[in-house]
Design a protein around this ligand. Structure first.
Ligand SMILES: *Cc1c(COP(=O)(O)O)cnc(C)c1O
Length: 448
């Protein structure tokens, strides 16, 4: 792998690629037809979108199966063999649009499109009973807000757990058009200190649109609002959003308004690979964003085929700290979409985390993980100790539906193949300590 630093010397125009025109990309057109067809098969089920920055600056086309290529372009292995065959045979016999889309939806429904009880458990309501499908509220202090204008991204990550939002399965979309309902909800819930803008990518929005939401929050003078977070991959996939796009200065102005008001602005930046941190454009974008008073925290899942390498994580954290970013979360791949392709068993994930963690100074050890965003909460694997002669996995909640669950160690049978919380069995006793309460409080909603 080459991690070459490039300089920022251009003002590029965005060119986007989807399944409709991906064969126009010269490097794709140069690939064997068979390979192009594989991308088409997978791209008809899972979302695909890339742009010229990703293609020209991030992907190393001289390397077969380059990580940035796998991160953004559909690969055959991302579908299970029988799903792959099902879609391939429809395309081979020239099935019409309707048949392709019905087949795609059949497959998608088998890929656990809404993991962790998002639909059943996290959709909040206002005091008057209005359900807010554009919000999620799972952990007391933080509510998620999905502006309807941020239901896409500059490019799609092939592992993305929000993939159903991008494939036109409308009933699976979280989106909200109105900032007033957000304000009202935060006002009705004094326990909320953080509003997290998410999507898609809120930084796909024009500055004017984002300003409307942010200013609604600021103008409401909500005493409980301490932090506005923005979950974004724009720094990785389109840093020009903050540099040369027409509305870049306007966007930075909104950031300044937030921080001047005394509200913390936390950019939750997704960086999955060292290459994403290596261009002149991303360096400059990080510099100007930090110049507004925002803090940038970084997060990524640990992904097979992309970054399952402790050396890479150590170098990412080093570089992030050097650039003034704060390493925040390493996630386990969620139980949806192409988990079979990207997933790393929890024991190995913990090993990679630890090997990387021990190589960085305390300033990089703000990171936590590997963490599973599971139905009951965020669960971290702490290690694999031997207790009374029995090798186990030690776990704890970093976040819980019940805050009282947080930071209590609990133990599972040692299992080198387990990839998710559901695969684990209690090491001592009949059940994990939180299971009975989960069942009592949420069993009916989850249909279990
Ligand atoms: C991760 C997450 C949050 C934020 O958790 P922090 O630990 O405060 O960063 C909020 N809501 C949901 C649903 C999450 O998955």
């Amino acid at each position: 792998m080459t991690y070459q630093e490039t300089v920022w010397d251009e003002e590029p125009r965005l060119r986007s690629y989807t399944l409709a025109n991906f064969r126009d990309i010269p490097q794709i057109a140069a690939m064997p037809e068979e390979r192009q067809f594989e991308m088409e098969v997978v791209g008809n089920v899972l979302p695909f979108k890339a742009n010229n920055y990703v293609i020209e600056r991030l992907i190393d086309w001289s390397v077969p199966d380059d990580s940035m290529f796998v991160l953004t372009f559909p690969q055959r292995g991302m579908l299970l063999p029988h799903h792959y065959k099902q879609m391939a045979s429809v395309l081979e016999r020239g099935g019409d649009r309707q048949e392709v889309s019905e087949t795609a939806n059949q497959i998608r429904l088998q890929l656990n499109p809404h993991p962790a009880g998002q639909m059943e458990l996290n959709v909040p309501q206002l005091g008057d009973g209005t359900r807010l499908y554009g919000m999620q509220h799972k952990y007391k202090e933080t509510c998620l807000f999905f502006p309807s204008q941020s239901q896409t991204c500059h490019a799609y990550c092939s592992f993305c757990f929000r993939w159903p939002q991008f494939v036109g399965m409308d009933e699976m979309k979280f989106a909200m058009r109105e900032g007033e309902q957000l304000v009202q909800y935060v006002r009705e819930h004094p326990e909320i200190s953080d509003v997290l803008f998410t999507g898609g990518d809120p930084m796909i929005m024009k500055a004017r649109m984002f300003a409307a939401y942010a200013d609604a929050l600021l103008d409401a003078d909500l005493p409980n609002l301490r932090t506005i977070r923005i979950g974004t991959k724009a720094l990785s996939y389109w840093p020009y959003k903050f540099l040369t796009d027409q509305d870049s200065e306007e966007m930075l102005d909104v950031f300044r308004r937030i921080t001047r008001k005394g509200v913390h602005l936390a950019i939750m930046a997704h960086f999955n690979h060292l290459t994403e941190l290596s261009t002149g454009a991303v360096r400059e974008a990080i510099r100007v964003v930090r110049g507004t008073g925002a803090q940038i925290r970084t997060q990524s899942p640990l992904l097979r085929h992309i970054n399952d390498d402790s050396e890479m994580w150590a170098r990412m954290w080093h570089k992030q700290v050097q650039m003034g970013c704060i390493p925040y979360y390493m996630f386990a791949v969620r139980d949806t979409g192409a988990q079979h392709y990207f997933g790393v068993p929890l024991v190995r994930a913990h090993h990679i985390f630890r090997e990387a963690y021990k190589r960085v100074s305390g300033l990089g050890r703000t990171v936590r993980g590997p963490s599973m965003s599971a139905t009951p909460g965020k669960v971290q694997i702490d290690g694999t100790p031997t207790i009374n002669g029995k090798k186990v996995m030690q776990l704890r909640f970093l976040q819980g539906r019940n805050p009282d669950w947080v930071q209590r160690p609990f133990f599972a049978e040692y299992d080198e193949d387990a990839i998710w919380l559901d695969d684990l069995k209690p090491a001592f006793g009949e059940s994990f300590f939180f299971e009975q309460e989960m069942q009592e409080r949420y069993g009916a909603a989850l249909g279990k």
